[in-house]
Design a protein around this ligand. Structure first.
Ligand code: ZN
Length: 199
């Protein structure tokens, strides 16, 4: 198992550990951001992180064989697929419909009685993973565990299933109206939303 500090080293090494003023998917503001796509662009690292998450999930799931791994798109796609590969399981993913509701599309489904796990790249409040847990339960699947590469909640997020992470961090994040960086007048950035311009 890769120790948490090596996971963070991997983020530093690939430029995925960003510092500045960011608006997270959860709506909270933070001086730090983990851009997982920059780590996962290397299949070798994705495979290694997937193998480690698979091992951690097997420990959490105990005797239950894991049939299906489910992830929220887009962040959970690559890591979820690698975890499924390591577990010898299937990988499915959820997307948001026009009203913002998390759903399974493209004919993907979980069957009643299947043992499922939820895998995401980073959790902050755990909101997306929790929605995937709900989608799976509505399908009748038995959600045995959840996991992420990074848990920014310091382990406090409630995913309504036992969960684990390769690195658990107590990162600072603020509601926008209490954000000290906003008060300093620093422009806020939504990571990943701005294309890199070629020179
Ligand atoms: Zn702010």
């Amino acid at each position: 198992m890769i120790p948490a500090n090596e996971v963070l080293q991997l983020f530093e090494q690939t430029g995925a550990y960003l510092r500045g003023h960011f608006r997270l998917t959860s709506g909270l503001h933070s001086p730090e951001y983990m851009q997982c796509a920059l780590v996962l662009q290397y299949p070798e690292y994705a495979e290694r992180l997937g193998r480690d998450l698979a091992r951690a999930l097997r420990n959490l799931a105990g005797e239950s064989a894991i049939n299906v791994v489910a992830s929220p798109a887009i962040g959970g796609l690559i890591i979820g697929h690698e975890v499924a590969r390591a577990l010898g399981a299937r990988h499915i993913f959820t997307e948001r419909d026009a009203s913002g509701r998390m759903i399974l599309r493209r004919g993907l489904s979980a069957a009643s009685g299947e043992h499922a796990v939820v895998v995401e790249d980073v959790i902050t409040t755990g909101g997306s993973s929790r929605e995937v847990v709900q989608v799976l339960r509505e399908s009748g699947a038995n959600v045995v565990a959840a996991a992420s590469i990074v848990d920014r909640s310091g382990g406090r997020a409630n995913l309504e299933a036992p969960h684990t992470a390769l690195a658990t961090l107590g990162f600072t994040s603020y509601p926008p109206d209490e954000c000290p960086l906003c008060r300093q007048g620093l422009p806020v950035e939504k990571p990943g939303s701005r294309p890199v311009l070629s020179r």
